[in-house]
Design a protein around this ligand. Structure first.
Ligand SMILES: Cc1cc2nc3c(=O)[nH]c(=O)nc-3n(C[C@H](O)[C@H](O)[C@H](O)COP(=O)(O)O)c2cc1C
Length: 319
């Protein structure tokens, strides 16, 4: 008999599968073992033009690992996570082991419960700015082993982010291979299991994805939008594969924290995949580490529909 009951496996699958992922490719496979679950990177839906160094793939896997840890704790087990445990299998990203019986903390329970409600909100935010308490909670979640953040503050920094974003828009909207890749993953709702529904894109805004026909946002509009939003740059102290996984874990913790507080968020890595934009952010904001993503938080009056997800048989395998 397996250590994991069928209902427990389904619960872990559901938690993992709802994690955010670059272009919603859900680049993970779960393998079940006695007392542990392994998260493997998968390569069947590569996006080499957007993610040539596989940074976003590993950030996505990191978000999935956070959801898996929360699910195993929800099942009543303390967890330990071993990064890249097998040098012979570099695609094995992490092993999450159930070490001993455990009662999850109330904050772990809240984060676990927030998993199905988290969404990418690529549109403008409505309503009041975040309170100091809300900002503090998000900041707290963004700090972790090797991971920290920089909050974009004041007009000068907003102008810097706006200028770099505009540059990225100019580069990307003329990169036909890039656009073809994104277009192939821009989907209509229906039987698809991957990709971003066209009605979730948010064209032309700071939080949206760049497509070919999108107007480049004007500098003043973009600057004032960024000044009003609560925007963080997520960074790590190094740029290794494990740093990328840890960045994904912190991003997901912060995203679930925001969801639990009734806030909306979106993640932007698209512009940082343009090398001079990533370098420019680091230099102009004087970041001590390696930037991976911009993360914006705000209030939204509606929760968008969920994006499609892979099926159980496509994600879970027995060892
Ligand atoms: C590593 C990573 C990079 C992402 N980059 C972007 C991005 O540049 N722009 C964007 O709008 N969404 C981005 N997203 C969000 C995904 O598109 C989103 O998680 C996915 O489509 C699933 O939708 P959901 O978050 O609503 O569940 C990214 C997510 C991850 C994990």
């Amino acid at each position: 008999m397996s250590f994991w009951a069928p209902g427990e496996v389904r619960l872990m699958f559901q938690a993992v599968t709802q994690a955010p992922s670059v272009h919603n490719i859900q680049p993970w496979v779960l393998e079940l073992h006695e007392r542990s679950v392994q998260v493997f990177e998968r390569w069947d839906d590569a996006i080499p033009r957007h993610d040539p160094k596989d940074r976003d793939r590993l950030i996505s896997c990191g978000a999935a690992v956070t959801n898996l840890e929360l699910a195993v704790r929800h099942l009543g087990w303390e967890t330990t996570t071993t990064p890249f445990p097998d040098h012979g299998h570099p695609d094995l990203v992490a092993s999450v082991t159930a070490v001993r019986p455990y009662v999850p903390t109330s904050s772990e329970r809240d984060l676990y419960r927030a998993i199905p409600y988290r969404r990418s909100h690529r549109f403008g935010f409505d309503g009041d700015p975040l309170s100091e308490d809300e900002i503090r909670a998000v900041k707290h979640a963004l700090v972790g082993e090797r991971v920290s953040y920089h909050r974009v503050t004041g007009r000068e920094e907003a102008e810097t982010v706006a200028a770099l974003t505009q540059h990225a828009v100019q580069v990307l909207r003329h990169d036909h291979r890039y656009l073809r890749e994104l277009q192939a993953l821009t989907v209509d709702r229906g039987k698809v299991r991957l990709g971003i529904p066209a009605d979730r894109i948010g064209h032309g805004l700071f939080g949206g994805l760049v497509h070919s026909g999108d107007p480049a946002p004007d500098h003043e509009t973009l600057t004032s939008l960024i000044t009003k939003e609560c925007v963080f740059v997520v960074e790590t102290i190094d740029d290794t594969r494990w740093d990328h996984v840890l960045a994904g874990q912190a991003i997901q913790r912060a995203w679930l924290t925001a969801t639990r507080l009734g806030l909306a968020a979106s993640l932007i890595t698209q512009s940082l995949q343009v090398p001079e934009v990533r370098a420019g952010l680091g230099e102009k904001l004087q970041l001590p580490g390696f930037p991976h993503a911009l993360m914006r938080f705000g209030r939204a009056t509606r929760v968008p529909k969920p994006s499609p997800r892979r099926t159980f048989v496509d994600v879970v395998r027995q060892s």
